[in-house]
Design a binder for this molecule. Structure first.
Ligand SMILES: [Zn+2]
Length: 222
């Protein structure tokens, strides 16, 4: 029986997780599943849970655990993804979701291969996000260390470059604390199952990807 690799990727906002998820999907030929993509796919397919999830998202609210789980389960079954392999990006977000995912995969006899935790120190992600400045018109991103040529004016379109309200240090710190509180039990859960690998997320995208790939291959070979 050949089947694709089943991975989840955990990491703070600003850890470079999204980039690494794309590279993992490409390297192993597996699907990259972000919860936003899954919700949109479910809504397009017209499933009740998908439509429900989109309603919460449109209201800017967190989608409740049971709905998230239904969507993830339906989309995985629909696409045959348990066989073909996947990297989940942004899920699970709670211990309850992690436990339910584990049970779902166990029931299908398609256990998770590796849970990857991308470790980047808080002060680094804080600097990455709180230093970020964004063009209000075209969305081009700058950083205090890489500002536009004229202060506050977008190089691309001439629009106003400013800091997003939710990128302030206080607001990023609050998100990081929430993330920490929710994620510690998830890491403990996968550690207890022997599925967790912790990867140093510092350095270039290539350096980090080499570490991730080596760790995953090590797990698969062992
Ligand atoms: Zn612009």
């Amino acid at each position: 029986m050949t089947s694709g690799v089943r991975l989840i990727l955990l990491g703070k906002q600003g850890s470079g997780k999204g980039t690494q998820a794309v590279r993992l999907a490409d390297h192993y030929g597996i699907a990259h599943l972000s919860t936003g993509d899954l919700f949109r796919a479910a809504a397009r397919a017209g499933t009740p849970s998908g439509l429900e999830a989109i309603e919460y998202m449109d209201r800017g609210e967190l989608v409740p655990d049971d709905i998230v789980l239904k969507v993830v389960r339906e989309q995985m079954r629909r696409g045959g993804l348990m066989d073909d392999g996947f990297v989940l990006d942004g899920f699970p977000r709670t211990l309850a979701q992690a436990e339910a995912l584990e049970a779902e995969l166990a029931a299908a006899d398609r256990p998770l291969d590796v849970a990857i935790d991308l470790e980047v120190p808080t002060e680094i992600v804080l600097d990455r996000i709180a230093g970020r400045r964004v063009c209000e018109d075209c969305g081009t991103t700058y950083h205090l260390t890489m500002p536009p040529k004229v202060a506050g004016v977008c190089d691309v379109c001439g629009g106003t470059v400013s800091q997003r309200d939710d990128d302030t240090e206080a607001s990023v710190m609050r998100r990081l604390e929430l993330y920490h509180t929710a994620t510690m039990p998830i890491l403990d859960f996968y550690r207890g199952l022997g599925r967790l690998v912790e990867i140093d997320g510092m350095g270039s995208g290539d350096e980090v990807f080499d570490r991730v790939r080596t760790a995953v291959d090590g797990r698969l070979g062992g």
